[in-house]
Design a protein around this ligand. Structure first.
Ligand code: SF4
Length: 377
């Protein structure tokens, strides 16, 4: 017979329930995508982003509820234009896309003929689609024929959280190589594009390459290419053009950084019970909740994270030198606030600290130079 109240320790909340409580009861989990993983890899020291992304918190809604809405993301017009360009590139069974892959990365293979393989990848849910994709990759590799996988689903576990990623396309070559294809709507002008946009596309593609490798591990005959194909509109037309992009550097950086992320359950376990990021809660409560997780703000966050305005404000309020940039933070060593750095420059720092001494010396030189320029002899 059971007794009430029950004896012994209370039942432990499961991780799934804990993460749902953190998101809020009516908030569906936001899946991790390649863009989010690339941003996480760029700032692995930020526990705040790692936890919020791992728990599937809607950071856009959270930023708005905090009173600091995110100011980046594609406009509706850009999304529609991008979708229509992608549809054009994949028209006619992906003939134009396969021609571009053969032209740039074909390495002596026969050109893809009419009616290349485009397997059906539909299945229920992301897990079903990932399993269907793995099967299609296996069959295409065994067939040794040009095959286009349109919007395959790839699985990758990151810090204990499964992520399902959807590249624009993966092409299987007749020799068993797999190539990631990224289709973007920014133009390739005379064969080159905006380096910042190409860099962002390369970081995103590197995440897809990592995910493909986990599938390829089970297949001895498969080789994942570390050169991806970027397909963009040629000049200012709507015609597709392509450029191979070597992502070896991004691949190794991303793999190393994602491996350094703290597991989401460890981050969640350190939080007080009852804490929630539900956007329906009052702004003061949310501010307190967000402050409970350590962050690593840097100006680069402005282009990569929905919470950037909020974190920048907090970093400035706390006088943190990180608000001035990661390189400044690195140079200043133990001087973690702007106030401490200014005090050191004025001669009030630790005399045994070489950074304080260097700052004071630089400030003296500057003052002397200003004095000399003010009174020419
Ligand atoms: S904006 Fe804030 S939460 Fe996002 S990565 Fe930067 S510090 Fe972390």
């Amino acid at each position: 017979m059971s007794s009430y109240p029950p004896s012994g320790p209370p039942p432990k909340t499961t991780l799934r329930q804990r993460l749902a409580d953190l998101r809020g009861p009516a908030v569906p989990p936001r899946p991790l995508d390649a863009r989010a993983l690339a941003a996480l890899a760029a700032n692995p020291g930020c526990g705040r982003r790692a936890l919020l992304d791992g728990a599937g918190v809607d950071k856009t809604a959270l930023a708005a509820a905090l009173g600091s809405p995110a100011a980046f993301g594609q406009s509706q017009f850009a999304i529609v234009r991008g979708n229509s360009f992608e549809a054009r590139v994949k028209d006619d069974g992906g003939a134009a896309l396969l021609r571009l892959v053969h032209q740039h990365l074909g390495t002596g293979a026969e050109p893809p003929g009419a009616g290349a393989r485009v397997p059906d990848l539909t299945a229920a849910g992301p897990e079903g689609r990932a399993a269907r994709t793995a099967l299609a990759l296996r069959e295409a590799t065994a067939a040794g024929a040009w095959t286009l996988l349109d919007h395959p689903m790839l699985a990758l576990e990151v810090a204990g959280t499964p992520a399902y990623l959807e590249p624009d396309a993966v092409v299987v070559h007749p020799d068993g190589r797999w190539t990631v294809v990224e289709i973007k709507s920014f133009p390739l002008i005379d064969g080159s594009a905006d380096p910042a946009k190409v860099g962002a596309a390369a970081r995103q593609a590197a995440v897809y390459v990592l995910a493909l490798e986990t599938t390829a591990e089970k297949l001895a005959s498969a080789v994942v290419g570390h050169t991806v194909l970027l397909v963009c509109p040629k000049d200012f037309s709507n015609l597709p053009a392509a450029a191979p992009v070597d992502v070896r550097r991004e691949h190794s950086v991303t793999r190393r950084q994602l491996g350094r992320l703290t597991r989401v359950e460890d981050l969640a376990a350190a939080l007080p019970e009852g804490l929630s990021f539900d956007p329906a809660r009052p702004a003061e409560e949310l501010t307190e909740a967000v402050s409970a997780i350590s962050a690593a703000y840097a100006p680069e966050c402005l282009a990569a994270c929905e919470l950037a305005f909020h974190c920048r404000e907090r970093a400035r309020t706390a006088d943190e030198v990180t608000a001035l940039g990661r390189s400044v933070r690195g140079e200043l060593g133990a001087l973690t606030t702007i106030g401490k750095a200014l005090a050191a420059a004025a001669g009030g720092g630790d005399p045994d600290d070489p950074t304080s001494a260097a700052l004071h010396h630089a400030a003296r030189l500057r003052a002397e130079a200003l004095e000399a320029s003010a009174c020419p002899s």
